[in-house]
Write a protein that binds this ligand. Structure first.
Ligand code: C2E
Ligand code: MG
Ligand code: MG
Length: 427
């Protein structure tokens, strides 16, 4: 329902919309920002003029927010002089801050109401889901808290800074359980098929780590960063590389040569001594029909760029391929791009999910395909959830695809059986 006075959403609808989008955030691993916006000294306006002018100010302010937002965002009035803006699909706090600054800039111009010129200013609190809270009520609390801290310090914009206490204690619990998980060998490797978008046949798999904690899977997005902070990520990644080479050599009977990808955390390229490690693992388990692909992130190169590049070049000379994961979300410049020793770009899922609804994403994918092909790179798209997206990416020139439309990740044995019996994608 809409708020009677300002015609934007009311508080109740705000909660419904927020909760709905939070589900999408969790399903699609995107981010959402909540901005809570207070008109400062609103009671003075009411006192100085009269209530009807106060109402006009609220209406004009709601209109200003409505005009300032992008079409996919939402505005609501959640208190007397308090408004909320839900920004969907944003990258980070920086983006949300830019939106807040835009609103404040628009307020530089006074409102003309009847014969009065009324200037107002506002204070804005920002919180991100899932960074600061993973539920609607918690997110609102975080944004309101950020707002009141900003006001106390005489600032017009404040962002929540830390994860909330619940998440923090959950983090510690997980850390303790991770110790036990190592001792009890609870980590498993699952495999998600990769498909050629031209032949529509399987061409390989990505190895993805799985951990069942107290009977429930925990997302690697949560536990991998925790493991990265412990000393365990090095032996764990070593174990994954060895296991993947060992498992995959059993799969090539039906489909011939395959490629298997392993995710490598940024620090480890140098720290694991990746070159020697992979060399030894390939000596033990290597198979001429298997190409090992290492998926790395753009931020891997930030420190010690030259040393990192040298290791990657050495790996390439051993027949290992290097892929940039989550491409399009990093910040490396194009000048730097031409130097990267890589074989493949893996377009981030956030561009792929809405491909057929969001033409801007389609244009960006187009650009990434052209860029990649001009540098002789293979283009992989991940997050393909339906047939239409699969087909479209094929016509756009993407080479390989991965996603729930074809299959989720499976345990090793199941993946082997799946490969043996796979008879084609459903028409
Ligand atoms: P990633 O490397 O970008 O992996 C792709 C993620 O997208 C996987 O999530 C996969 O299950 C998911 N995915 C694939 N197709 C679809 C789809 O159609 N729809 C949706 N909604 N999701 C899809 P997962 O397994 O939860 O892994 C998340 C991230 O955790 C990975 O992102 C990677 O960064 C990290 N990770 C996973 N396994 C490992 C590992 O063995 N080592 C390291 N260092 N990181 C890992
Ligand atoms: Mg990956
Ligand atoms: Mg990815």
């Amino acid at each position: 329902m809409e708020d009677k006075l300002t015609k934007v959403y009311d508080r109740e609808t705000f909660f419904t919309v927020l909760a709905k989008h939070i589900v999408t955030v969790h399903d699609h691993k995107t981010k959402l920002a909540l901005l809570v916006i207070d008109i400062n000294h609103f009671s003075h306006i009411n006192k100085q003029y009269d209530y009807s002018i106060g109402d006009y100010v609220l209406k004009s302010f709601a209109q200003l927010l409505f005009n300032a937002k992008r079409s996919q965002d939402y505005v609501a009035r959640i208190g007397d002089n308090r408004f909320a803006l839900i920004l969907v699909n944003i990258m980070n706090t920086g983006h949300a801050t830019l939106a807040a600054q835009k609103i404040l800039r628009l307020l530089d111009v006074h409102f003309q109401i009847k014969d009065y010129k009324i200037s107002i200013d506002a204070t804005i609190g920002i919180a991100l889901c899932p960074l600061h809270a993973s539920r609607a009520t918690g997110l609102l609390r975080e944004a309101e808290e950020a707002l009141s801290i900003a006001r106390k310090h005489d600032k017009s914009i404040g962002a929540a800074i830390s994860v909330n206490d619940d998440e923090l204690s959950e983090h510690w619990d997980i850390e303790l359980d991770i110790e036990e998980a190592f001792q009890n060998r609870q980590f498993k490797i699952y495999y998600q098929p990769k498909f050629s978008l031209t032949t529509k046949k399987p061409v390989g798999a990505e190895a993805l780590l799985r951990w069942k904690r107290r009977g429930q899977f925990v997302s690697p997005d949560i536990f991998v960063p925790i493991i990265e902070k412990t000393g365990h990520i090095k032996p764990l990644t070593g174990w994954i590389i060895n296991s993947v080479l060992r498992h995959s050599s059993r799969w090539t009977k039906k489909w011939g040569p395959l490629s298997v990808s392993v995710n490598i955390p940024p620090d480890l390229i140098i720290k694991l001594d990746l070159k020697d490690f992979v060399h030894n693992a390939m000596n033990l388990w290597g198979d001429e029909n298997i190409t090992l692909v290492l998926e790395i992130l753009e931020r891997s190169f930030v420190d010690d760029t030259e040393k990192c590049f040298q290791i990657l070049r050495d790996l390439q000379s051993m027949g290992v391929q290097i892929s940039i994961d989550d491409f399009g979300t990093g910040y490396s410049s194009l000048a730097y791009f031409k130097l990267l020793p890589i074989d493949e770009l893996k377009i981030d899922q956030s561009f792929v999910f809405d491909l057929n609804k969001d033409e801007a994403n389609a244009k960006l994918i187009h650009l990434m395909v052209q860029l990649g092909h001009n540098f002789n790179l293979k283009i992989v798209a991940e997050g393909i959830e339906d047939k239409a997206t699969f087909e479209r990416l094929g016509t756009m020139g993407c080479d390989v695809g991965q996603g729930y439309y074809m299959s989720k990740a499976m345990p090793e044995k199941e993946f082997g059986d799946w490969l043996e019996t796979f008879a084609g994608l459903e028409e």
